[in-house]
Structures are given as C-alpha cells and as structure tokens.
Write a protein that binds this ligand. Structure first.
Ligand code: ADP
Ligand code: NA
Length: 332
C-alpha cells in the first residue's frame, strides 16, 4: 500500500572516485530511468558526525551535487537535495532516537569500526548516525534503497525502527524498506593493491580514479595500475586468485554495463599490454565527459545552489505531511 519510491544518499566528505560512481551513482542513474520516483541526497548532516572543515564541507557538498548532475541525475527526473536543507530529516531523526534502543546502535559494526577503542571521544552523532539514516529514508516513506554491502546492517536497523514504531503506536505508517543490492561487479578495488577498496581515504592518489580527473590522468592511472604477468582467462573462475587482474576486468564490465563473463569472452587470452589500453579508452570515454561537466558546473555554483533550493522545496512537499502525521500519531 506504499507507492514505490527510491531514496539514497552519499556523504559530502571528500573527493568522489570511480568506486562511488560504479558502486553507487551509476545505479542511481539506472533507477531514475525506471518508472519510479527517485530522491537522491547529499547527506551533510551525516558528514559532520566526524569533524569537517566548514569551507571543505561547503565545497564537497556542491561538488557532490555537480558529480550527481554530471553523471546524469537530472533535477527534472529526480529530487536532488542537500539533507540539512530539508529540516524534517533531523526532526524525524529525534523521534527515531527515542524509538531505537541503545543496544541496537551499539551492535552496529560501522560504529565499532569508526569509534574504535576511543568510543568515549566519539561524537554522540556518530553513535546515533543509523537513526538519522532511518529518518532520511522513512521521511519519504521510501520503499527501496540501493545500498552497498557496508550499509546493509544500517538498512536492517531502519526496518527495525519502522517496525517498532508501527508496533508501539499500533499503526501501519512506515514502510519496511527493501534493500536493492547492486551487482557483484560494483566493488571497486585500489589500482595499487587489489586487496583494498578504492577509497578517498587512501593516501595514494594513483590508487583511485577521481571523478574530477581529466582524460590524460585517467589513462595514465590505468596504464600504471598494478597487474600480473599472465594473460586474461576466458572465464571468471580464472580470476579468483588474481585480485588486481580481477579488479580491472570488473571495472571494464561495470563501465560497459556488461557481465564479467561477457567481457572475458571477448578479451580472454589477451595480455594486459593489450587490455589496459582498451580499458583506458573505455574509462576515458565514460568518465572524462563527467569530469568536464563537473568542472563546468563548479565554475557557476549559483546554478547548483538554485537546483538544491528547488529540490528542497519539492522534497518538503513529501516530508512535511509525513512528519506532521508522525507527530499526530505520537500525540504531539
Ligand atoms: P569512501 O568509501 O570512499 O569513504 P563513501 O563511504 O562516501 O566512500 O561511499 C559513498 C558510496 O559509494 C557508498 O554507496 C559506497 O558503498 C560507494 N562506494 C565507496 N567506495 C566504493 C568502492 N570502492 N567500490 C564500490 N562502491 C563504493
Ligand atoms: Na563506504
């Protein structure tokens, strides 16, 4: 009885890279093309659970918006917002802080990883993060959320919060949101070390392709990517113990929106001396226009600000009535 609606967000907390594109944004664009309402969000309130320099946060938020738009998220087809501009996210998060249990939050592996041994010094916001994420999703009555492996546990908690709210107040008000798990090819590894995720926090810039890299930089990073001396196999099983080789084939497949087996059917038997230039050509063809468009958008941030202001207005048409009804249910 809930209208299908997709919500997803990314933190504006640093430089965007190919992992973010293939693991998240490309899927967002695919979903936008379907006949379903899509809401995509820069989650700046999540970013501040750890310290952010104010000027950097402002810049990263706009750059993330530029990255979304340049990748094909259209403000005409999707609602594109910055979280702090839609106050109902934080307002519903407070309600969920009172629904969620301390024990649930304490079991979150991301909390344990990020707070580490120094939980005493972590922000209260870092602990409460999953309740804000639940609010982000449920303030739209979102039915589907594309998530990576690392966010599956948080989405499980979102479902628990919705179920407990519905149960405690005897209503069927919040949907039990379904995860949309992206294909296996979307975990992008470092170009320098096939055992590590491609990440903005890797100190080596050569380990990742940034969404702001120009064509020459993209091609150079792929030419220099770590590989092994063997030829490519003709089936995926042949990549099992070859993390660097597997990563480059996965990247090719994901960029070309093909299966790994389909790629290997074409390139099996080739050496990396032959395959890398093909991969570089594909990556440049797909990613360089995005970085060019991001640069154009970042040259006029007033345009981005206007798009986000309009997005917030559209969003509030959905979120304000849902928050109002939530308050009524609670007795407020
Ligand atoms: P990072 O891991 O660089 O800190 P975020 O945690 O901000 O990036 O991730 C934003 C989105 O991009 C999430 O949906 C996440 O699953 C996805 N993502 C990040 N890194 C990768 C990667 N290496 N491969 C696939 N998806 C990724
Ligand atoms: Na992540």
């Amino acid at each position: 009885n809930f209208t299908p609606r997709v919500f997803s967000g990314i933190q504006p907390s640093g430089d965007l890279h190919l992992g973010n594109y293939l693991g998240a944004i490309q899927g967002f664009v695919r979903m936008q093309a379907q006949d379903i309402q899509t809401v995509y969000c820069m989650v700046d309130m999540h970013a501040i659970t750890v310290w952010q320099d104010p000027a950097d946060l402002r810049h990263s938020t706009r750059e993330l918006a530029a990255g979304f738009i340049a990748s094909g998220i259209s403000p005409e087809k999707s609602i594109l917002i910055n979280q702090s501009q839609v106050p109902e996210h934080a307002q519903l998060a407070w309600v969920f802080n009172c629904v969620a249990r301390m024990g649930w939050m304490g079991r979150m592996t991301q909390w344990k990883d990020k707070a580490g041994k120094n939980a005493e010094k972590a922000s209260l916001g870092l602990f409460a993060y999953p309740a804000l994420m639940a609010a982000d999703i449920l303030v739209y009555h979102a039915t589907h959320v594309p998530v990576g492996e690392d966010q599956k546990q948080h989405l499980e908690l979102t479902r628990d919060i919705a179920a407990k709210f519905n149960h405690d107040y005897g209503v069927d008000f919040f949907p039990i949101t379904e995860p949309v798990i992206e294909g296996a090819a979307t975990r992008v590894m470092s170009l320098r070390d096939g055992s590590k995720k491609m990440s903005k926090s890797d100190p080596s810039d050569a380990s990742r392709i940034n969404m702001t890299d120009d064509a020459d930089t993209i091609a150079k990073k792929i030419r220099k990517a770590k590989t092994d001396p063997d030829a490519l196999p003709s089936e995926a099983a042949g990549l099992e113990d070859r993390p660097e080789a597997r990563n480059l084939v996965n990247i090719y497949a994901a960029l070309n929106e093909q299966s790994v087996d389909a790629v290997l059917a074409e390139v099996g038997g080739q050496q990396f001396g032959t395959f890398k230039p093909k991969l570089a050509e594909l990556a440049v063809a797909k990613m360089a226009p995005i970085s060019t468009e991001m640069a154009r958008l970042m040259a006029d941030t007033a345009e981005i600000d206007r798009i986000l202001a309009k997005g917030a207005e559209q969003a509030r048409e959905i979120t304000a009535p849902i928050l109002k009804r939530t308050y009524e249910i609670i007795g407020m």
